[in-house]
Design a protein around this ligand. Structure first.
Ligand SMILES: [Fe+2]
Length: 230
């Protein structure tokens, strides 16, 4: 059973789902394609997305009850995708943002186009006792292969999007993610699903299976994510 570690299906909290029915429908589809666990990771971005932790937890509980009432068996967990800027250290110090399923793993997002010192952020955040999980590494144009290796050695965990694996964003993105998978640096493939069924996790699983074998695919889509539930 597949695990989706990055999604925006908690409705009405960020640029993800803006409809309860839409979220239920997408979860139904994910369950049908073999997803058994989904981590909901609404954005936190200073001044943009600012739903508080306790508000998110309340909304999450209500949403879980709603999902159950539709007879769905998929298990939902809560985290946050936190945009990294200089405010991150205060946010973490004050525990103002949610880690993944209440662990010490934190999902981090960076500016896509303007250079951000991901290595420096990851190092400092690790020193604070967190394990950085870097969301969709293929999106940061300035992130090179050497930095990925350094992040890996530092203990940061790297995630790529299923849509990039299936080639939805073009060959260039696909090449980048294939190279990262081949180098053994990637830990998770996730949907990062927002409002619509942007891509199927199972389709991406099949692509990885075909290109890199079942062991690699099982690790990226199932086994590595177990650390969030221990
Ligand atoms: Fe995301």
């Amino acid at each position: 059973m597949l695990i989706d570690v990055h999604s925006h299906l908690l409705p009405f909290v960020d640029d993800g789902s803006d409809s309860l029915d839409g979220s239920i429908d997408l979860i139904k589809k994910l369950e049908l394609e073999g997803v058994s666990k989904i981590i909901l990771t609404p954005h936190y971005k200073h001044g943009v997305y600012k739903t508080t932790k306790s508000e998110l937890k309340d909304k999450f509980d209500t949403f879980c009850a709603e999902v159950k009432s539709h007879g769905l068996n998929v298990q939902l967990y809560l985290g946050q995708e936190v945009f990294c800027d200089e405010k991150i250290y205060t946010l973490l110090k004050n525990k103002e943002v949610l880690t993944i399923n209440d662990t010490n793993f934190i999902l981090l997002e960076f500016d896509y186009f303007n250079y951000s010192d991901i290595l420096d952020y990851a190092y400092n955040i690790s020193q604070m006792g967190y394990v950085p999980v870097i969301a969709h590494i293929e999106r940061y144009r300035y992130l090179d292969a050497d930095t990925l290796i350094e992040l890996h050695h530092m203990g940061a965990l790297l995630q790529i999007n299923a849509s990039s694996v299936v080639g939805e964003h073009g060959k260039k993105f696909q090449k980048r993610v294939f190279a990262a998978i081949k180098s053994g640096l990637v830990h998770f493939v996730a949907t990062d699903i927002h409002k619509s069924r942007e891509c199927s996790l199972n389709d991406a699983y099949k692509v990885v299976c075909k290109k890199f074998g079942k062991i690699v695919a099982d690790n990226l889509f199932i086994n590595n994510a177990q650390i969030f539930f221990e």
